[in-house]
Design a protein around this ligand. Structure first.
Ligand code: NAP
Length: 315
């Protein structure tokens, strides 16, 4: 159970099943190849791990070779084979090379998880053209290039496949302070709905999967600082992933806890499995209902500049 509950307080959503357990029957992904972009870190690595536990061979792809190699060694301990392929998903030629490498190693991937993305908080008026372009290019355009390559190869081979796009709930709500990422994730969500229809007749499923707040050790300094600012000064001052900081983050969620990365991994293994073959064009949100949260009383408006600790624009 959750550890933050004082006597008489509501308990929040139950804790997840233990780390190392799987959501599906053993061997569900035996003989399958799963390609995860950004699979060397954070949630991508957690998703890859759950596929590996169920027997999949993995291909993980991102830009930084060192991190990929470290993750490959870690994931290889879970059973299946793991290939680490350096790639910048913004470049369609590099994207094609990832699929070539995957096919040479284990065969055409049966499952593609578009997890790679870029993000950092910034007031829209301060955002440089380069910041806008790089977040949209990685998160939206890179996702499209990967998905297009996956579909072209399956259409040519006449084989089915499953795509999972990792999204974010501000695709629907907007993301003040994250205008570039929210716009890109709205595009990613739209791709799910367009491509599921275009490619359903050929046996290709396209679904979305949206994580809630799932802290992990690879979170960038920018995102960590943003979380710290969202908690009390006393808690933030302790830094790191202290118990009190985690409690403070948890108390702000309807679930009264944050999500564990493995909970996203379990959902991904279900969406691409034989048990979900009639589910396509759907986006599953794993966030303890946080994105639907509304208060009876509106909180006082605090500008994005104030939230990020920035002074007045242009002064
Ligand atoms: P993360 O730790 O920042 O990981 C991003 C990954 O993308 C890294 O492995 C990075 O590897 C890779 N990447 C970045 N640019 C790339 C490029 N141009 N080409 C190829 N790979 C690239 O993110 P995360 O927190 O695990 O989040 C994973 C996904 O969940 C993202 O789509 C994110 O938007 C979504 N999400 C996360 C949360 C959360 O609470 N963590 C909440 C909502 C949504 P390299 O640097 O090696 O390229």
């Amino acid at each position: 159970m959750t550890d933050h509950v004082s006597a008489g307080a509501p308990p929040g959503l139950p804790a997840p099943a233990p780390h190392g357990t799987s959501a599906l029957p053993e061997g569900t992904y035996d003989g399958a190849v799963v390609l995860v972009t950004g699979g060397g870190t954070g949630l991508g690595k957690a998703i890859a791990a759950e596929f590996a536990r169920l027997g999949a061979d993995l291909v993980i792809a991102s830009r930084k070779e060192e991190r990929l190699k470290a993750a490959r060694d870690e994931l290889a301990g879970l059973g299946g084979r793991v290939a680490a392929v350096p790639c910048d998903i913004r470049d369609p030629d590099r994207v094609a090379e990832v699929f070539d490498a995957a096919q040479d190693a284990y065969g055409l991937p049966d499952v593609l998880v578009n997890n790679a993305a870029a993000n950092f908080p910034v007031p829209a008026e301060d955002m440089s053209p380069n910041a806008w372009r790089s977040v949209v290019d990685i998160t939206l355009t890179g996702t499209f290039f990967m998905t297009r390559e996956f579909a072209r190869r399956h259409l040519t081979a006449g084989t089915p496949g499953s795509v999972i796009n990792i999204g974010a709930s501000y695709a629907w709500t907007g993301g003040p302070g994250f205008a570039h990422s929210a716009a890109a994730k709205a595009g990613v969500h739209s791709l799910v709905e367009s491509l599921a229809v275009e490619w359903g007749p050929y046996g290709i499923q396209v679904n979305g999967l949206v994580p809630g707040l799932m802290p992990h050790e690879d979170m960038t300094a920018d995102i960590r600082e943003n979380l710290d600012r969202a908690t009390t000064a006393a808690t933030a001052a302790e830094g790191g992933e202290s118990d009190s900081r985690r409690r403070e983050l948890s108390s702000r969620q309807p679930a009264l806890r944050v999500g564990a990365p493995r909970e996203l991994g379990w959902a991904a293994t279900f969406l691409a499995s034989p048990y979900a073959r009639f589910i396509t064009g759907h986006t599953l949100v794993v966030d303890g209902a946080n994105w639907q949260r509304r208060g009876l009383v509106s909180p006082e408006m605090v500008t994005v500049r104030e939230q990020l600790g920035r002074g007045p624009f242009g002064r």
